[in-house]
Design a protein around this ligand. Structure first.
Ligand code: AMP
Length: 272
């Protein structure tokens, strides 16, 4: 991969889209964005064991390489990079990337070690491919913030681009994990986006009290679904620090369990 990437980066701008596979239209939107920004696009498919907790869904995470390959071929991707875990973490592996502060709240609070695994694998991918540009999704807002920080702090020289969340017609953010949902859970899941839109409406209308925004979002989820809320947070979009009094743009982010399936989503809200 390093030799191939080196050849591509000599010919023009090289782009990278890191994924865990089981691709959907959201991933393809990132690929299309990358194709526009770069002359060649590498898509990595790697279900990174380092970012899953011991009780999480690593072993049942959905995989379908044949389908992924067909989808990527249609988009005109130059290289699909799918290393195995032993190649990425050989015996004796001992080096990790810890991004401070940004990883403390939101998902970081409930998934200890998750962002350490994410930052580490993304830095490794950046070092292997050495892309001029890498595209990530706003769907994983905290992840994008962590990677932006890591790329800046560790001088990777890669431009980190964050593309908007691609949604189903009913508002549900596309996710490989949506395939876990039962028909009933799938029917209820759009309540998350409704909650976020409600929150954005309040902020736009001038609500300054973050707790009130949070409570309204929670109420929408409770009324519209059987999902168990893990968190709803109102935070600064860049530092991810919790906000109590809304005086500028905020991100409202949430994580909700539907049975054994954990869904996340977020929305940026700008007060008038
Ligand atoms: P994953 O395969 O879930 O690790 O995601 C790979 C990349 O795709 C990450 O940068 C995600 O943020 C991004 N992504 C996942 N779902 C969406 C979506 N619905 N819209 C936009 N980007 C997404």
């Amino acid at each position: 991969m390093m030799r191939l990437a080196e050849r591509l980066r000599c010919k023009g701008r090289l782009g990278l889209v890191p994924t865990m596979g089981y691709l959907h239209e959201g991933h393809l939107d990132l690929v299309r964005r990358c194709n526009r920004l770069a002359d060649s696009t590498v898509v990595s498919i790697f279900v990174n064991p380092a970012q899953f907790g011991p009780k999480e869904d690593l072993s049942r995470y959905p995989r379908d390489f044949g389908r992924d390959r067909r989808m990527l071929e249609k988009e005109g991707v130059d290289v699909i990079f799918c290393p195995n875990a032993a190649a990425m973490y050989p015996r004796g592996y001992a080096t990790w990337v810890d991004v401070e502060r940004l990883t403390e709240g939101m998902c970081g609070r409930f998934r200890p070690g998750h962002f350490r695994g994410v930052a580490t694998v993304v830095l490794k991918l950046f070092n292997i491919v050495r892309p001029h540009v890498a595209v990530f999704g706003a769907k994983d807002w905290q992840q994008a913030a962590v990677i932006r920080r890591m790329a800046l702090d560790l001088d990777t020289g890669t431009r980190v681009v964050v593309a908007p969340t691609t949604r189903e017609k009913d508002g549900l953010a596309m996710s490989s994990r949506n395939s876990y949902l039962t028909a009933k859970q799938r029917a209820e899941a759009p309540a998350l986006y409704e909650a976020l839109v409600t929150a954005r409406g309040l902020v736009r209308a001038g609500e300054k009290n973050a707790e009130k925004v949070k409570q309204r979002a929670l109420a929408v989820i409770r009324v519209g679904s059987s999902g168990k809320v893990q968190y709803v947070e109102v935070a600064d979009p860049d530092t991810l620090e919790p906000v109590r009094r809304i005086a500028g743009p905020v991100v409202v982010a949430l994580a909700v369990w539907f049975g054994r399936t954990r869904l996340i989503d977020n929305i940026v809200c700008v007060p008038r």
